[in-house]
Design a protein. Structure first.
Length: 254
């Protein structure tokens, strides 16, 4: 993916990593469309960041995704980058089903079905572009589990394998698949995570991500240095130690 000259849709980007990335990518010479559920946040973003377009979308509802896709493509027929940013993280206790089932289902719907439905809504258009990119968003927790967020870990592991698989299928098209693999970042994904010393400062994370995208236009995964501890534990042979460290150091690992 080239770092400038794109038209980029980022659903789930009214705060946190998504919004910070949208702002930085616009500054790099891209047309950026931010998507989110809450109209008041979209209005504020449009007012505070002239040039960023907005569209209301709830990625947990298939009909909402289809409607938003039609709106985005009508206004931006040159769209060539989709970032499947939307997702939630929930703490779960699996000792009793009544304490985790509803949460687990919502996490899977948002973090796995949402990206699948988004890709389905845009893939025909993206395949028709001379150069297109889908950026999926997994996590260091796709590779090392945080015990308090089982469904989030599972959904992100699925996103990793989904990215690997559709990259193979779409190798005969103009669409590249890039997997963004965040570590814990100081956002509101979990209560207290914005103040966590364990988490990476948001501005540092986004700056490193954009620098990697610029330096590695053909990268399959975008990994900041902090995530490699989680990403490669099994390959290094210290997986058990990484799991133990993650689950005793801080409750806000992403």
């Amino acid at each position: 993916m080239q770092i400038s000259g794109n038209t980029i849709f980022i659903p789930g980007s009214t705060s946190g990593i998504g919004l910070a990335l949208a702002i930085e990518l616009q500054a790099r010479g891209n047309t950026v469309i931010v998507g989110g559920r809450r109209a008041e946040l979209l209005e504020r973003i449009a007012a505070e960041h002239p040039g960023i377009d907005t569209v209301q979308i709830d990625t947990t509802y298939p009909a909402g995704i289809e409607a938003a896709a039609k709106e985005v493509l009508a206004k931006h027929p040159d769209l060539n980058v989709l970032v499947t940013m939307a997702g939630i993280m929930r703490v779960e206790d699996w000792h009793q089903p009544e304490s985790f089932l509803a949460s687990a289902e919502s996490v899977i719907t948002s973090n796995l079905l949402g990206p699948i439905r988004l890709i389905a809504a845009f893939i025909r258009h993206l395949r028709a572009q001379p150069d297109a990119t889908i950026i999926t968003v997994s996590s260091g927790l796709a590779f090392t589990p945080l015990k308090i967020t089982p469904s989030y870990n599972a959904a992100k592991a699925a996103i990793h394998m989904l990215s690997e698989s559709i990259r193979l299928q779409l190798a005969d098209t103009s669409v590249k698949i890039v997997e963004l693999v965040p570590p814990s970042v100081r956002t509101a994904l979990l209560p207290g995570q914005e103040e966590s010393e364990f988490a990476m400062p948001l501005d540092e994370f986004v700056a490193e991500v954009v620098a990697l995208l610029e330096a590695q236009p053909d990268a399959k995964e975008i990994q900041v240095e902090r995530v490699k501890f989680l990403r490669y534990g099994e390959a290094r042979g210290d997986y058990d130690q990484v799991v133990a460290t993650l689950n005793t150091s801080d409750p806000h690992g992403k």
